[in-house]
Design a protein around this ligand. Structure first.
Ligand SMILES: *Cc1c(COP(=O)(O)O)cnc(C)c1O
Length: 394
């Protein structure tokens, strides 16, 4: 009862092999960017996901940026982006001087709403303002419903970047999440399901385009003895040391997913029966990694808001968060267009108002998870007394 150590939302969880790979990088003096671990990490990730090729980069954000460059996105172009996401999905659109258009979620998947997307595309075609590309996010470890989404984008000739930063290891109809769009990106930031402390990967089906990404990511150096440049490049490659960490992490990805799913199942068993609590659904088309356990809390039924629960958990030294604040509500992005699920009803607004992410690390012990559950139950119990007629509904 006196144990009050901090419980984090999604801390790094290192395995047995990472140190060996890092030591190998030191011993062979492959400390500089690039090197054998980078090549192997790319090959191993491509093999695991079934992608034709992979390019290891300094971050998931860099991977999105390069994918948009490969799609030919430039100044004034429109790019459709899932609104319910982390800001990194949209920042690269702004780097290129392009204009994001935000698309709502649906309640079944929490991911891009097919009906909102269809309305947006029909209107864009009518106005002669079709997007050049799209960033479709696979949220909290679950793939978007990509068959209908890809069919719509194909019909209008739009290049699709699948933002699988949160969904490495998830599946969609038997395929690896991140390999269904024209390009896919993964993140190895410290809070993701596996980490290199910081890093990303770009995957795709067109090896020529991926070679171009490698070129752009190494300052766009033309083949010559001296330093020759005819295009604008970036310093976006992953270092050989960090790729060593990534190789070790990749070997435990399956275990990490199993652990996160077990965390989800324990929360569900403890809380799902409570009126007003709903867990993020797992769509029948695939398998989620349950990167983060997320749920909604209806304050009209429970008498408590998600934010009040976050605060109660914080008071017990437990890190929880509201779900991502939708991009169309961000001060930075408010001026851009937004297509809600129904013309008069925004699903992501409601998910933001009621959504809660609970500590979900693959290293979370059952005892620590019980601390989280006890705190949530205690706060809900306090609230229950104040809900008129609660006893009658329960
Ligand atoms: C983490 C994340 C990114 C960015 O990845 P970085 O490696 O941190 O740059 C992009 N999109 C989503 C949805 C993410 O969660």
């Amino acid at each position: 009862m006196t144990d009050n150590r901090r419980i984090y939302l999604s801390p790094p969880h290192l395995g047995e092999r990472e140190k060996g790979y890092v030591a190998e990088a030191f011993d062979t003096n492959w400390i500089a960017p690039l090197g054998p671990h980078v090549d192997e990490f790319e090959r191993e990730l491509a093999e695991l996901t079934g992608a034709r090729g992979a390019v290891a980069l300094s971050s998931g954000t860099a991977a999105i940026h390069l994918a948009l460059k490969l799609a030919g996105v430039g100044r004034g172009d429109r790019v459709f982006v899932s609104t319910l996401t982390f800001v990194a999905s949209v920042n690269p659109v702004l780097y290129e001087g392009a204009e994001p258009v935000f698309i709502d979620s649906d309640f079944e998947t929490w991911n891009m709403s097919v009906q909102a997307l269809e309305r947006a595309l029909i209107e864009a075609e009518r106005e002669g303002r079709l997007p050049k590309a799209a960033v479709v996010v696979n949220l909290y470890g679950q793939s978007a419903d990509l068959d209908p989404i890809m069919a719509l984008f194909r019909r209008y000739g739009v290049t699709v970047v699948e933002d699988a930063a949160e969904s490495l290891g998830a599946t969609y109809k038997g395929k690896a999440s991140g390999t269904i769009g024209d390009y896919g990106i993964y993140s190895f930031n410290g809070n993701k399901i596996i980490t290199t402390s910081g890093g990303g990967m770009l995957v795709g089906h067109d090896t020529g385009k991926l070679a171009k990404a490698r070129f752009l990511a190494t300052q766009a150096r033309d083949p010559a003895l001296h330093y020759e440049h005819s295009e604008l490049g970036f310093n976006y490659r992953m270092s050989n040391v960090l790729a060593g960490i990534g190789r070790g992490q990749l070997q435990v990805l399956g275990e990490r997913i199993a652990a996160r799913r077990a965390v989800f199942e324990r929360y569900e068993a403890a809380l799902a029966h409570i009126p007003g609590i709903s867990f993020m659904p797992e769509a029948a088309y695939g398998r989620s990694t349950r990167w983060l356990t997320t749920l909604t809390v209806n304050p009209q039924i429970t008498g408590v808001t998600a934010v009040e629960l976050v605060k109660a958990l914080a008071a017990d030294n437990i890190e929880a968060r509201p779900v991502w604040k939708p991009m169309h509500l961000q001060p930075l992005l408010r001026q851009y267009e937004y297509y809600a699920h129904e013309p008069q009803f925004s699903v992501s607004d409601q998910l933001f108002a009621q959504g809660l992410c609970l500590p979900s690390g693959s290293s979370l012990s059952e005892a620590d998870q019980q601390r989280v559950i006890d705190c949530v139950l205690r706060r809900l119990g306090e609230a229950r007394m104040t809900v008129p007629g609660y006893a009658a509904q329960a």
